[in-house]
Write a protein that binds this ligand. Structure first.
Ligand SMILES: Nc1ncnc2c1ncn2[C@@H]1O[C@H](COP(=O)(O)OP(=O)(O)OP(=O)(O)O)[C@@H](O)[C@H]1O
Length: 634
């Protein structure tokens, strides 16, 4: 085939080099104060905090299951006592075993002590097993308690707090704390167990020779200091990666959720998204790998220093024996006791550091839960009226954090019962913010929003939300049954009549009747046995959820943006039919829909610039007329 000019050009002109993919923006955690608290703590300071940390863990576990805590503590005391008795009995058995005389006589003499050693070892084993059983029972419930407390704190927080820039990072750090609860309990148990055994071994050693104890402590100090330094490195690494992990988690959801799968594929986003995901993952890994090198250096240093100190300990023991300061039998007992003490001392240091490390994460959890609980609405005890006649905005201003301009700026407005009000305006003009102020989701920075004279800033928000029904701009696709999706947030009724009535209002009956399980159908394609709905069907479900509540204040933010003409007509008809018993506010960009409204409110830059019925505004020469003309100009 002859080449056309076009194809010839394409063949000869080399393709321009592709520009490199833009690197993902680096994000950083803000809470440096928390990290510094650990960074600056000395080993002794860390040790001094251990009793308080143990008490905190014990308190948390106590709330979960008192019996298991008592079993755990009882077992540890018993196992410590058994260890002490076992060591003391070993010392007693050594003298005849290593002394002079006939072997049968020596064994006979040592036998009672040897039996005590065997029984003590058996008791230690059994109590260890029972203690582990109690820990395994406590661990999952402790984690669940921490997790539930975290989730509960987040869902109860003032909405405005979620807009704080550091909220997501603190949340991510706190989640690590909730997850580490299981490790923390294990660490606490292992620490206590090693400590009790150590005290027992040290007691025996001190009786054998007073010089042994300080030498032993010296032998283990370097590894203790090394473990603390390593924990600090790990925690610093954790903080350095908090924001990256947070943003990676968000991105992971976006990349893998079936909700966005069409957009990801058909807009050929995969390559960049995978590049982004890999790059951020590598940044996280690099930080960890870098820390591993540092950790190795610290460990090697601790090992060399520890080895030297240990040599000193053994040399001292040999010197004591050779110079006759201790007998050969006592020296042999000392070897057993030193080994036991050394093992337990190493464990004490290891678990003490690990415990401290875990409790740092627990500190993140606790700080976040406490702070978040303190951010729960605490506005006053006034009760919102059951059927408000008027909602009044008086000179209301609201600004989002880090925004130069208020989203709602000195706004005055009165909404009356029986009235259907449409709110219109260009993107970003403040309509959704107005909706959040009507419902008390936000309280005004300046001015008042009141329901029949009750200022929402002083009203218990639950009493306000018990009277509202909201279709937000972004609504959830709850992975629940169709019935639950409609009745969510409402007390259950005995029959489904009202559910079906609502299903009819939004025109979903044919869809629901087609489901093999009707209202019991699970609306989640991702879950086994579930089905998915179209975007418009989901929006009908969101409308049904608000209408089912039959609320005295009904707010719909773009409720029909995804509906077909029939669906849109049905919803607006339903709103009109229901309007006389309530205050209804609809935000919409489809200006033809505003014909049914009793009043249209036009917003510009957070202010109301026009109000009135459709027929007047459409010829008033203002923004509404301009926007309406644009919507008709096709
Ligand atoms: N969570 C937020 N944090 C910071 N700024 C916000 C937030 N939500 C909205 N804004 C800002 O407040 C202003 C008003 O936003 P709002 O969502 O109320 O507008 P809108 O009229 O509902 O817009 P649209 O028609 O696009 O839905 C905008 O400038 C917006 O960028």
């Amino acid at each position: 085939m002859p080449k056309t000019a076009d194809t010839a050009d394409t063949a000869e002109t080399p393709a321009p080099p592709r520009p490199p993919l833009p690197e993902p923006k680096e994000v950083r955690c803000r809470d440096a104060g928390v990290r510094d608290a650990f960074e600056s703590a000395s080993f002794l300071q860390l040790c001094s905090r251990i009793p308080a940390l143990l008490a905190q863990i014990a308190r948390m576990a106590w709330e979960v299951d008192r019996r298991d805590v008592l079993v755990l503590v009882g077992c540890q005391l018993l196992s410590g006592t058994a260890a002490a008795v076992g060591l003391a009995a070993t010392a007693r058995a050594m003298t005849p075993v290593l002394g002079g005389g006939l072997v049968p006589d020596r064994i006979r003499e040592a036998l009672p002590a040897l039996i005590v050693v065997a029984v003590a070892a058996a008791v230690a084993r059994v109590t260890y097993g029972v203690a582990s059983w109690a820990v395994s029972r406590l661990k999952p419930r402790l984690m669940t308690a921490a997790d539930v407390a975290l989730v509960e704190a987040v869902v109860s927080v003032e909405l405005a707090a979620l807009n704080r820039a550091d909220f997501a990072d603190e949340h991510e750090a706190a989640e690590t704390g909730a997850i580490r609860c299981d490790r923390m309990l294990y660490d606490a148990q292992a620490f206590m167990s090693a400590l009790i055994r150590l005290v027992a071994a040290c007691g025996v050693l001190t009786v054998l020779h007073p010089l042994m104890l300080p030498v032993l402590v010296l032998a283990v100090l370097p590894s203790g200091a090394g473990a603390v330094a390593e924990a600090k490195i790990e925690h610093r690494t954790h903080y350095a990666n908090v924001s990256r992990r947070n943003v990676k988690g968000m991105m992971r959801w976006h990349v893998t959720t079936p909700r966005l799968a069409d957009e990801v594929r058909a807009n050929s986003m995969r390559a960049y998204l995978m590049f982004w995901y890999r790059t951020v993952s590598h940044r996280i890994d690099e930080r960890i790998v870098e820390a591993a090198g540092l950790g190795l250096r610290v460990n090697l240093l601790a090992a060399v220093a520890g080895g030297a100190c240990l040599t000193l300990a053994w040399t001292t023991l040999v010197w004591l024996t050779v110079t006759g300061r201790v007998s050969f039998a006592v020296s042999a007992t000392a070897v057993v006791a030193v080994r036991a003490a050394l093992g337990n001392l190493t464990n004490v240091v290891h678990y003490c550091t690990s415990l401290f490390h875990s409790t740092l994460y627990l500190g993140d959890w606790k700080r976040f839960v406490d702070r978040t609980r303190a951010l729960a609405p605490n506005r006053g005890r006034e009760t919102a009226p059951a059927h408000p006649e008027t909602i009044r905005f008086e000179n209301v201003t609201y600004s989002y954090p880090n925004k130069a301009r208020p989203a709602v700026d000195g706004l005055d407005l009165t909404l009356r019962r029986g009235e259907l009000v449409a709110v219109v305006g260009e993107n970003g003009s403040g309509k959704s913010t107005l909706m959040r102020l009507v419902t008390g989701l936000f309280t005004a920075d300046k001015g008042t929003v009141s329901w029949d004279g009750v200022d929402l800033a002083n009203a218990d928000p639950d009493t306000v939300w018990a009277r509202t029904g909201l279709v937000p701009q972004f609504f959830a696709y709850w992975p629940l049954t169709a019935r639950e999706n409609i009745t969510l947030g409402q007390p259950l009724t005995w029959d489904d009549d009202r559910v079906w009535e609502t299903v009819d209002l939004v025109g979903l009956r044919p869809t629901v009747e087609e489901f093999p399980e009707g209202l019991d159908m699970l609306l989640a394609r991702e879950l086994w046995g579930g089905v998915n709905l179209s975007g418009g069907q989901w929006q009908r479900i969101a409308c049904a959820r608000a209408l089912y509540r039959r609320p005295p204040v009904l707010i719909l933010d773009e409720p029909t943006s995804e509906l077909d003409a029939r669906g849109e007509h049905m919803i607006f008809q339903a709103l009109k039919d229901m309007a006389k018993d309530r205050i209804t506010i609809v935000v919409t960009h489809r200006l033809d829909n505003t014909r049914i409204a009793d009043r249209i409110v036009v917003m510009e830059h957070g202010r109301i610039t026009e109000q009135g019925p459709f027929d007047r505004l459409v010829t008033a020469g203002g923004l509404f007329q301009e926007l309406y003309a644009l919507s008709q100009d096709r």
